[in-house]
Design a protein around this ligand. Structure first.
Ligand SMILES: NC(=O)c1ccc[n+]([C@@H]2O[C@H](COP(=O)([O-])OP(=O)(O)OC[C@H]3O[C@@H](n4cnc5c(N)ncnc54)[C@H](O)[C@@H]3O)[C@@H](O)[C@H]2O)c1
Ligand SMILES: [Zn+2]
Ligand SMILES: [Zn+2]
Length: 361
């Protein structure tokens, strides 16, 4: 049986999203049907709507979600109806060449539901990041449903499903930030501020937040930035050098998705430091760097997909840190909104008014 619920759909490139009836099938083997409780509005949803990810319209948006397992298909053992879960966009397959090499966070065939969710007329939907959770119900592979403590607030927990994990993981896993390190984060939106929180958790000594917007920089301080730089009035590379004894930072994290900030991150690094690109560029973006600088500065230039996380390992850990009062996830929730308010939330994001608007059901 298919369930008819309302979902937020991007039908065409650049057009406003609409709330429309969609059909969500009952779970088949290995699948889980999740009743969504909360879903954050991430910049990646906006990238989908803009056609910057791919052209597989119509998209069912929403991918930063928590909810309760409604029912499961045959053979599902990791979750049961009633479990409180965060939905992950990575569920390692266990058999691809990355999984077999012991680096499952690089899995090449991460699992998703095999049955499609559709529009009322049967047109298959492309769920954002294989999730599609701006809807009362969503169908995922059971491996995407990660059980966490139900004591967490659904709004805060949902954010762990994308932006928070991407940012914290960019610092902790990809950047391998350690005790005493200096870190700069370019772009202090939801993802960048999570990187700042991750750098603090990892024991960084100097944490520099860079943004164009003073509101974002004020939030960065609350998450643990020791210094902030407004790049609209100050050259961030020069300023970062000044703040680090003339050397630059050990780890520079780019959380905008822009060639200019990537280049700033590249030059703001100390000798043999690490650049981590977590911001998602659009297909037209290009960068030119002197090859000699890439060689001479040494270190590493890395990309961070989902903070190189393993959801089943990392989500429960982050929720425990939150419940212990060591990671303030509630502070990322700028506002709660209804499912009909996603388009307006995109505009608030573009105007820099929010870290996260979160749809609650
Ligand atoms: N790699 C991943 O796994 C992953 C996961 C989630 C999101 N993302 C990406 O991370 C990026 C950030 O996402 P978000 O939700 O935090 O977006 P956001 O819009 O909330 O934040 C972006 C921030 O960058 C700032 N900014 C823009 N131009 C700047 C500049 N020139 N210098 C300094 N700051 C600048 C903005 O003021 C804003 O605060 C997006 O590209 C998103 O798609 C990546
Ligand atoms: Zn795999
Ligand atoms: Zn996201």
């Amino acid at each position: 049986m298919a369930h008819q619920v309302n979902g937020v759909v991007a039908a065409a490139k650049g057009g406003p999203v609409k709330l429309v009836p969609i059909l969500v099938p009952d779970p088949g083997p290995g699948e889980a049907l999740v009743r969504v409780k909360a879903c954050g509005v991430c910049h990646t949803d906006l990238h989908y709507r803009e056609g910057a990810i791919n052209d597989d319209f119509p998209f069912l948006l929403g991918h930063e979600a928590s909810g309760t397992v409604e029912s499961v298909g045959d053979g599902v053992t990791n979750v049961a109806p009633g479990d409180f879960v965060i939905i992950a966009w990575r569920a390692p397959c266990g058999t691809c060449r990355s999984c077999l090499r012991g680096v499952p966070w690089y899995c090449f065939s991460s699992r998703n539901a095999s049955q499609p969710m559709t529009l009322a007329d049967g047109t298959p939907l492309s769920p954002a990041l294989g999730i599609g959770a701006f809807a009362e119900l969503t169908l995922v592979d059971a491996g995407q449903a990660v059980k966490v403590s139900p004591k967490a607030s659904p709004e805060a927990a949902g954010l762990v499903g994308c932006g928070i994990m991407a940012g914290i993981g960019a610092a902790m896993h990809t950047g391998n930030v350690g005790r005493g390190d200096s870190v700069a984060v370019f772009g202090c939106g939801g993802v960048g501020n999570a990187a700042i929180a991750g750098a603090r958790l990892a024991g960084a000594h100097t944490i520099i937040g860079v943004d164009l917007d003073d509101r974002k920089l004020a939030w960065a301080k609350e998450f643990g930035a020791t210094h902030t730089i407004n790049a609209s009035s100050t050259d961030p590379v020069e300023e970062i050098r000044k703040l680090t004894g003339g050397n630059g930072v050990n780890v520079a994290i780019e959380a905008v998705g822009n060639p200019l900030t990537y280049e700033q991150a590249f030059y703001a690094r100390d000798h043999a430091g690490t650049v981590v690109l977590v911001g998602v560029p659009s297909p037209d973006m290009k960068i030119e760097l002197p090859l000699l600088e890439i060689f001479g500065r040494g270190g590493s230039l890395k990309s961070s997909w989902y903070g190189d996380c393993l959801p089943s390992r990392d989500f429960p850990m982050l929720i425990d840190l939150y419940l212990q009062g060591r990671l303030d996830l509630d502070r990322f929730v700028s506002e709660t909104i209804g499912i009909g308010d996603v388009e307006e939330a995109f505009h608030k994001m573009e105007r820099g008014e929010v870290l996260r608007s979160v749809v609650v059901f």
